[in-house]
Design a protein. Structure first.
Length: 510
């Protein structure tokens, strides 16, 4: 977007641009979200920034009226496969909190000095400033949504000390933590509760079909899903965790409520980031739907299900194993195989509500878990080989990769082909432009769509690029709907009361 496109967005107070850029006003020294209800500033006084960190680095403080940190993240980090986009995905996952700038740079293949120069040029702020902004956003969320102690929030958000936390909150928001907490617009959980309950911001519209996608693939004991909720256990850096997300379409604001049943506070920021990735909450559904609806093949299904999301992954290694097991078989068959494999996993240290196991680690699968799999020996050997490579560290991939990087790392593995790499790219790094044209369900979905007579359209849906991953999701949904309709028994033929089978007149003889 150029300057005037952004200026028109803030003049219209368009909420779908919240989080995609920030508006700084020189005369007030404040930066805002695009939908801020304050009077639109003069264009001569406005500077736009890609990140809130860049605005803060330039000397601006956050608006107290619109709270620009309380917005969904930018979808650009998935669209962009450059160093800046990859770095932001890792920063949001807490890599700097765990490994520092040197660890982030090493994952990206740059020196810390080079990385700082690249990010400062592309985003207006270096990695430490970007991480600081991410911590401030997490801290704000916890302050206004929970009754956690301020000291606990400081460390949960990734700050190294309470003093650093207080200084950052004061500099970013021009308020003390207590004053920021007083701005809470929602009821906070009572202090006695052991769970944290947060509202997850997202851009509307939101199609809850993502919950159905996760529910039909849920592994009992590890996951639980319905058409409006999803819960699971997972293993994070500092310990086991458990969470649940509920969607209430009938409540005011249609909230997405995250309940964290257990987590080490040092892992909280990473958990929040992964849940958002899982449900694709930083997407811009209006822009995506507009591009997809322009294709006559997809127009009807997009109109019927606006705001479709692309499910992510809370554990990249787990997702690769699931993809390898699920390729070339049905979803039901893959789920059966994964239920058998789950027996190799360990018991969760924080069990509750029927969730008591963890998905097996790569080491557990390589050592003994592969023996639980059934099917062609070649497939079993390929799963074991991939697990062994991940367990040894020879195969290292994750949120900081791009599509080409995943191809280079995964394609040499036995049993991994383009479909597997594409599926992993969609769900791990949120790659928006993957089209799984060789997928059987995609082909079935295409056949189920209404034809577009007279339109010369490409079979790979390149017309909707860079959103072909979402086209794939629509085609999967269309294929599932067509299959369900085919299984539905035809309605019984009804006879009128005045003409039953016993009363049917006989044909007159000639």
């Amino acid at each position: 977007m150029d300057f005037w496109q952004r200026y028109r967005a803030i003049d219209a107070r368009d909420t779908r641009f919240d989080g995609q850029f920030y508006t700084a006003v020189r005369t007030t020294g404040i930066y805002c979200r695009p939908s801020c209800p304050a009077r639109t500033p003069k264009a001569d006084n406005v500077t736009f920034y890609e990140t809130s960190a860049a605005a803060h680095e330039a000397g601006y403080r956050a608006c107290k009226r619109c709270l620009p940190e309380a917005v969904p993240g930018t979808p650009a980090w998935n669209v962009r496969s450059d160093i800046a986009g990859r770095a932001m995905r890792l920063i949001n996952d807490g890599v700097i909190n765990r490994d520092g700038v040197e660890g982030l740079a090493a994952r990206l293949g740059y020196s810390s000095r080079q990385l700082n120069r690249i990010l400062s040029h592309e985003l207006g702020a270096g990695p430490l400033s970007l991480a600081r902004a991410s911590r401030a956003q997490t801290a704000r969320t916890l302050l206004v949504s929970t009754a956690m102690k301020v000291s606990d929030i400081a460390f949960a958000a990734g700050f190294s000390s309470v003093r650093q936390f207080n200084e950052t909150i004061g500099e970013v928001f021009a308020m003390t933590p207590s004053a920021l907490r007083a701005t809470a617009r929602h009821h906070r959980a009572p202090a006695a509760t052991t769970a944290l309950t947060l509202n997850l911001p997202y851009r509307e519209p939101f199609d809850p079909g993502v919950f159905d996608f996760l529910a039909v693939r849920a592994i009992p004991g590890i996951e639980e899903g319905t058409s409006h909720s999803y819960a699971r256990t997972l293993r994070l850096t500092h310990g086991d965790a458990r969470f649940r997300v509920d969607y209430d379409a009938g409540a005011p604001g249609r909230p997405l409520v995250l309940t964290i049943g257990a987590v080490d506070l040092r892992d909280l920021a990473a958990l929040l980031s992964r849940v958002r990735r899982l449900l694709d909450l930083d997407a811009d559904p209006v822009a995506i739907d507009a591009a997809l609806a322009a294709d006559p093949r997809l127009a009807a299904t997009v109109a019927a299900t606006p705001g479709m999301r692309m499910p992510g992954a809370v554990d990249p290694q787990e997702l690769l194993i699931r993809a390898m097991i699920g390729q070339q078989i049905t979803v039901a068959a893959a789920r059966t195989a994964l239920v058998q494999l789950s027996a190799a996993g360990s018991e969760s240290l924080v069990p509750a509500d029927g969730l008591h196991r963890l998905f097996p680690t790569a080491a557990q699968i390589a050592e003994s878990g592969f023996e639980l799999l059934r099917g062609p020996q070649r497939r079993i050997d390929s799963v074991r080989g991939a697990a062994a490579a991940m367990a040894s560290g020879d195969l290292d991939f994750g949120y900081g990769d791009d599509v080409h990087g995943l191809e280079a790392k995964l394609l040499p593995l036995a049993g991994v082909g383009p479909w597997t790499v594409g599926y992993v790219a969609m769900r791990v790094i949120g790659a928006p432009d993957v089209f799984l044209g060789n997928d059987a369900a995609v082909r079935n979905g295409i056949r189920s769509l209404a034809p577009a007579p007279g339109a010369a359209l490409n079979p790979d849906f390149r017309e909707v690029s860079p959103w072909r991953s979402y086209a794939t999701m629509h085609l999967w949904r269309a294929a599932a709907a067509a299959q369900a309709a085919a299984r539905k028994p035809p309605p019984a033929t009804q006879q009128t009361p005045t003409q039953t089978s016993a009363q049917t007149p006989k044909k007159a003889k000639p």
